[in-house]
Structures are given as C-alpha cells and as structure tokens.
Design a binder for this molecule. Structure first.
Ligand code: PMT
Length: 424
C-alpha cells in the first residue's frame, strides 16, 4: 500500500524520538521512500547516523550543509513528498506551526509543504491538556493538517495519562487508510463554482448576495485531500477565513487572475458572465462539476461607467437574466461526466430542488434550506438533503462544512459507480 510513496518524517525533541526510528523502519519495509528532518533539539534525543542508516538517506538538520554550504531546499522537499509526518511533535513545535514561526528546517518545510501534513503529538499529560496546546492543535486542524491523537499510558515524567506518541505500527495503519481513501479522486478533474457573483450597477454599486464561498472551498479542500485536481472558480468574496486561500491571494492579487496552490487551480471572477465563460471553457476536460456558487439570477441591462447621482425620487434599474451556468453545462454533459448542483431554498425546498435537478440535468442535487438553523450562507456549518438518481431525499444532520463536503464526496463516488465504474 505504501510502496513507492514519498514521506518527509519530521522529528522533534522528545523522548519519543526513538519511536521515529521504528516508524522509519516500518515505512522502508513497505517500500516507501523516507527523508528525515531532525530539529536541533531532536538531535539531542536520537542521532542522525541511526536515522540515516534506517532511512537510506542523508538526515537533514540545517538550512545549509556545513562542509560545502549547499542549500537544503525546504521548498523542494515540500513539493517532493506525498505526505509530511511530524512524529514526535512537541508542544513547542506544534505552537510554532500554529503561528507560522519558522526558525528551523522542519518548520520552513512545513510552511512550504503542499502535501497533507500529519502530526503525532508527544508530551506530558498536563502539557497536552493545556488550553494553549489544545488551541494550537485546533488551529493546525483548521489549516487542514491531520492529528494522530496521542495514546494514554505511562509517560516519561512517571505520570500516567494522555500524551504518549501513538505506536509506529498504528501510525502506519493510519497512513495506509488515509492514502487509500485519498485515491478515490486521484486523476479526476473537478470543477467547482463557489461564492457570490457581483453584478455591476455602476462603479460603486452592485447586485450580490451573502455567499462566502466557504461551502465550495470545503469541497475543494476535501477533493484535493482525496487526490483530485480542482479548478475552483470563486466569486468576489474577500473574507472566507482560509489561510491557504489567503496565500493564493497574496500571490495572485484580486481580479481575473489564476494561481496554483497544491492541486487547487483558483480562478477569481466577479460577475456571473465571467463565471460562465471560465466554467464553459474548462468544462469539456472535467470529470465532475459541482455548482456551489450563488450566481445572481439577474444583472443590470445597462451598467453605468460613472456613478449614478442620488436622485430624490429614486430610479429603477432594468434587469436581464444572467447565463444559467449549471443549465448550460447540463446541456453539454457526456455520459462519463457528473454534474452536481446545489439548491438554496427558503420554502417548498424539496419540490424546487427536484425541479432544478431535472431542469439543469444534475446527477445529484444538494438542498440546503434557510429554514434550518446554521444552514446555508456564511457560517461554518450546513445541513443538507441529498437527492440522487432515485429522487429519494436523504436529510443529514447539521455538520461542519468540512464534514458536509465529505458526505457529498461519498455520494458522488456512490452514484459514479452505480451504472459505470468511474471511481476506484
Ligand atoms: O458560500 P457559502 O457562504 O458557504 O454558502 C453556501 C451556499 C448556501 C451558497 C451553497 O451551499 C449553495 O446553496 N449554493 C447554491 C446557491 C444557489 O444559487 O442556489 P439556486 O437554487 O439559486 O441555484 C441552483 C443551482 O444552479 C446551483 O447549483 C447554482 O450554482 C446554479 N446556478 C444558478 C443560477 C445561475 N445563473 N447559474 C447557476 O449555475
């Protein structure tokens, strides 16, 4: 299962560093390639010679090699690996990771890594339970990192409790499960529309809505974790609170620009017309298209180039329909493509969702209703009803948008394998 996989193993200054030697041996036995980065304190607990012998690779400890000054490129390492495992991860390293501190090679590599990052904490029970450590672990999870919870038992301090780094065998089993799951969308190209569209009235006003893009982004991240190549066409919302996306923005600026991060190709658009053009262009290449955007149904017929002056009597705006992206793509759909739509309803949800499913040729529609508390726009949660080919609604409980995204992916795989075998 792990044969041919490439891992960076980060080892920090904990007594559990000896377990990293076993972990290296188990990974190598399975045919994986392992490159080890040891922090300065890690070196106090286990020697580079031991680890170099077990991993068949030079152990990296510094930014430069001291003998010839050669540069150990953290960027290249971050791009090379299929996964980065930090085991054992001390409270200190976890805190630094959560806050973007990068004062050693392991931390700079972490910040550059585009692969999944897996953290196996090891520390004393009180350190682990401290609110600061718990908050830092939550922050890492919000970055999309995975935490392998420590086990309970005897600790180096002599105390008993939760804080022992998980056993190497269990970490390997976890990795196998993770990489197997990840393979479901490997090689699949997925288009996602997300966020609102802004339809220009004049240079200072627009017609828009409350979509934040969070649902679409959660889908994009879940898909990337499962190996997909995602094209995320995102409407003009600036505050989705996702650090990965902020990083893209810094690189690309705002506007009709495209940037790559991981396997998310991010395409910024403003209007429904722009979203339609971008989606239409790439659609033939896509295996799955998910329309999570709240596209304005109408746009001003005649947007003005200068600001409309305030008039006491008010004024009216003529509106014309925007392109219906989902419907147009539905007309082009081939038998080997899946189109997934959303329906945002305020009343008579099921009926409207079913009608939209047929009208827009969706294979699956995801209904979210503003009647359900915590569902729909803006927040971090959603409550959905899935309606697939059998037209039978299945309502889920209120969940984080991240978990909702996973339920949607499970359903996509299920329907994709119903009549044809589109997924492994
Ligand atoms: O972005 P968040 O704040 O996280 O909120 C998520 C969400 C509530 C926006 C999302 O879960 C959602 O429901 N998106 C669809 C919203 C919507 O516009 O629904 P609709 O019922 O009006 O449209 C039906 C479907 O047609 C949708 O897939 C929509 O993307 C698509 N559509 C609609 C109009 C149009 N001109 N083009 C389209 O592609």
């Amino acid at each position: 299962m792990l044969h041919g996989k490439k891992f960076i193993l980060g080892i920090t200054g904990s007594i559990a560093a000896y377990k990293a030697a076993y972990l290296t041996r188990l990974l190598k036995k399975q045919g994986a390639e392992v490159k080890i980065i040891l922090t300065p304190y890690g070196k106090e607990f286990i020697t580079p010679v031991t680890l170099a012998t077990l991993s068949d690779n030079t152990v990296l400890t510094d930014f430069f090699k001291h003998d010839d000054g050669a540069w150990n490129s953290h960027v290249e390492l971050g791009l090379w690996a299929d996964a980065m495992i930090i085991a054992p991860a001390t409270a200190n390293t976890i805190a630094k990771m959560a806050n973007g501190v990068c004062d050693n090679l392991l931390l700079t590599t972490y910040l550059s890594a585009r692969c999944p990052v897996i953290v196996a904490p090891a520390m004393d029970l009180d350190m682990f339970q401290h609110p600061a450590t718990q908050a830092n672990l939550k922050t890492l999870e919000s970055y999309g990192n995975h935490i392998i919870e420590p086990a309970t038992g005897e600790l180096a301090s002599g105390l008993e409790g939760k804080g022992r780094m998980e056993e190497p065998e269990k970490i390997v089993t976890w990795l196998e499960g993770f990489l197997k799951k990840k393979q479901r969308f490997t090689g699949k190209k997925v288009l996602i529309t997300a966020g609102p569209t802004f339809e220009k009235i004049d240079p200072v006003r627009f017609i828009g809505n409350y979509s934040s893009g969070k649902m679409g982004l959660a889908l994009a991240e879940a898909l990337v974790e499962e190996g997909a190549d995602v094209s995320l066409i995102l409407g003009p919302n600036l505050e989705v609170g996702n650090p990965r996306l902020h990083r893209v923005r810094r690189e690309s600026g705002i506007g009709n620009r495209q940037a790559e991060i991981g396997r998310i190709s991010l395409i910024h658009v403003v209007s429904g017309e722009e979203m339609y053009k971008e989606a239409h262009e790439i659609y033939p290449d896509m295996d799955v298209s998910i329309m999570a955007a709240a596209v304005a149904d109408f746009k001003p017929l005649d947007p003005k180039e200068s600001k409309i002056k305030g008039k006491e009597k008010g004024f009216s705006i003529d509106l014309v329909p925007n392109p219906d992206i989902a419907k147009e793509l539905g007309k082009l759909k081939r038998a080997d493509q899946l189109n997934i739509g959303f329906a945002l309803e305020t009343d008579e949800g099921l009926e409207s969702a079913l009608a939209k499913k047929h009208r827009k040729n969706f294979d699956l529609i995801v209904l979210n209703s503003l009647q359900d508390q915590g569902a729909g726009f803006g927040g971090d949660t959603n409550q959905i009803t899935l309606i697939a080919k059998d037209n039978k609604p299945r309502k889920f409980e209120l969940k984080s948008k991240k978990d909702v995204a996973k339920d949607i992916l499970d359903e996509i795989v299920r329907i994709g394998n119903q009549d044809q075998k589109l997924f492994p």
